[in-house]
Design a protein around this ligand. Structure first.
Ligand SMILES: [Zn+2]
Length: 439
């Protein structure tokens, strides 16, 4: 059988339900889809490949899914550190309304994609302004981006579009997309329960549901946010969303740090997914999401970096390590183990997007998003256990090759679909940084 790509010779961590690891394994890909996973010797004999990647001495794993980010905020990296969430928002929202334009977003997203591909991140759920610019940058780079119209009722929106016009604009956007390709899904982004009214949230969710789109919302990021929503609406953010019928398997909540037991039960009952962003949560002093309880209740949890202002990098492996460590702080070293943390960054993220049948593991019939991680380094030897290697020792810079939808985007650490020099030069003339505001 002829295939387009054969990645062969490495240890293949499939992240399938059984946790199958194939030593000296291989993955065969045709038209962007995985057609076989098995012993390298067998696949070398059974398939003739147009392109081969020799992964000997490497770990082959599913591409990492960044299930909550704001990619274009790479432009503001290092410009609002060591402040609270509310201080951070005060600085950033003002800067965005004054400085953002489609070309700055495109340049910032190219930078984010270059960083992500280097870190083995093959897709992201990205809430931001000028999503069309982000989507065309991702398309050019061959990278899997889940973006779409964003709703946030701020006085001066960066795109100059009045809030009242946004539903009609989003409807046109969804209509234009037509039937989706496998591994893709339309999405709408409702910023939060403190920047949108219950009526506005309901209207956005109804539109998302009409088109089978994913709905992504920030919720319960810290205690101050919860207090604000309680004072305005008489309910906590997750309670409010539940009372409005806005939880469900088509909804991903970012953060979900400040949750009550009944709220965790509501997420489980409704099949609502959570994007856990441990780096951002710690850096903004928001707290630690109750991930062991969420997983225990059966809630789907993906891992996100959040934007590069609050997490400074888009390094999902870094988030894996922190997720595997931070929940042990209460004294239980079994809280979120290495395998659980790696699953959150792969199949968990794919399920959160509603694409668990198409992404998140290396199995026949799934889209070929995969990563080859070079184990030929002192900090990675000996490699007794691939889950442990990924959760506790591997770093973004150990990623050697990255494949999205069967296309090799990085080979031997060289980006093939982005001119990295031009990408870096384009953001060296970055716009003025946000003004200091209240911390
Ligand atoms: Zn966010």
């Amino acid at each position: 059988m002829n295939v387009d790509l054969l990645v062969h010779g490495g240890t293949v961590l499939t992240v399938d339900a059984a946790g199958t690891v194939v030593a000296d394994g291989a993955v065969a890909v045709r038209e962007g889809e995985i057609v076989a996973v098995g012993a390298a010797e067998e696949l070398r004999t059974g398939f003739t490949a147009k392109e081969c990647v020799d992964a000997s001495g490497c770990l082959v794993l599913p591409g990492l899914v960044n299930s909550h980010t704001h990619l274009a905020m790479t432009l503001l990296r290092g410009s609002a550190d060591d402040v609270t969430l509310q201080g951070f928002l005060g600085r950033v929202l003002k800067w965005e309304s004054e400085q953002l334009a489609p070309d700055t977003v495109a340049a910032a997203v190219r930078l984010a994609i270059a960083e992500s591909v280097r870190a083995g991140v093959t897709s992201a759920l990205d809430m931001y302004w000028f999503h069309e610019a982000a989507e065309s940058a991702a398309r050019e780079a061959g990278w899997r981006l889940f973006a779409g119209p964003t709703f946030i009722d701020v006085p001066a929106s960066p795109d100059g579009r009045a809030y009242a016009d946004r539903i009609a604009w989003a409807r046109r956007d969804l209509e234009r997309r037509g039937p989706g390709r496998p591994g893709h899904r339309p999405a709408l982004f409702a910023h939060s329960t403190y920047t949108l009214s219950p009526a506005q949230l309901t209207e956005v969710a109804a539109l998302a549901r009409e088109f089978g789109a994913l709905l992504h919302v920030h919720a319960a990021e810290n205690a101050a946010e919860v207090a604000t929503v309680v004072s305005r609406q008489g309910r906590r953010p997750v309670e409010l969303l539940d009372s409005l019928g806005l939880l469900g398997p088509d909804v991903v909540l970012a953060h979900a740090v400040d949750l009550t037991g009944p709220e965790i039960a509501a997420l489980a009952r409704t099949g609502t997914a959570v994007a856990h962003c441990p780096v951002s949560n710690l850096k903004l002093g928001c707290g630690i999401a109750p991930v062991p309880q969420l997983l225990g209740a059966g809630v789907t949890v993906g891992l996100g970096t959040d934007g590069a202002v609050s997490s400074n990098t888009l390094d999902v492996l870094g988030a894996v390590r922190l997720a595997a460590l931070v929940h042990k702080a209460d004294g239980d070293p079994t809280a979120v183990g290495a395998e659980q943390a790696v699953r959150m960054a792969t199949i968990g993220g794919a399920r959160a997007l509603g694409l668990g049948d198409h992404l998140g593991s290396l199995e026949p019939g799934k889209r070929a998003d995969m990563v080859v991680l070079d184990l030929d380094a002192p900090h990675l030897r000996p490699a007794h256990d691939p889950w442990s290697t990924l959760a506790y020792t591997a770093q973004a810079a150990d990623v050697r090759d990255t494949v999205v939808d069967g296309r090799v985007l990085m080979r031997d650490r060289r980006l093939l679909t982005l001119d990295e020099r031009a990408v870096l030069d384009a953001v060296s003339r970055s716009p003025e940084r946000p003004q200091e505001g209240p911390a």
